[in-house]
Design a protein around this ligand. Structure first.
Ligand SMILES: [Zn+2]
Length: 134
């Protein structure tokens, strides 16, 4: 299976993002005043400085904006090669998640591919990874 990853330290601001996978939901911080999404999660809107922010569940689909393939085995337990991608999240303009594309050979990934979130649980964190939509 996948190698253990360094995990984020959960706090009141980022918990919804990192644990939404328990309900199979991708949750992004959203500003109720100006309708902007805020990622990485912050307690203040970077667009309008409002503190009226709360997590909002998005569809969990997106598009591969760009990607690279890692062949370097940075850790003995790391399985290579793997894809590091920047995914533009549907319904959340301006939000790009740096993530992995899983469930297919690295050669099968291309810019513009439609993807959907899949969660990889480690301890109490659900890492949002993505797989291709056929
Ligand atoms: Zn705002």
């Amino acid at each position: 299976m996948a190698a253990p990853r360094p995990l984020p330290r959960l706090d009141d601001t980022n918990r919804a993002f990192w644990t939404g996978g328990a309900e199979q939901e991708l949750r992004l911080m959203h500003c109720r005043d100006c309708d902007a999404f805020i990622h990485p999660p912050r307690p203040v809107c970077r667009n309008c400085l409002s503190e009226n922010v709360a997590p909002r569940t998005v569809a969990g689909t997106g598009v591969v904006d760009t990607f690279t393939v890692n062949y370097q085995k940075w850790h003995p337990a790391m399985e290579v090669p793997f894809v590091i991608a920047r995914v533009a999240v549907d319904g959340a303009p301006g939000v790009y998640l740096t993530t992995n594309i899983v469930g297919c050979p690295v050669e099968a990934v291309d810019i513009g591919d439609r993807v959907r979130v899949v969660f990889e649980r480690q301890d109490d964190v659900y890492l949002p990874l993505f797989e291709k939509i056929d």
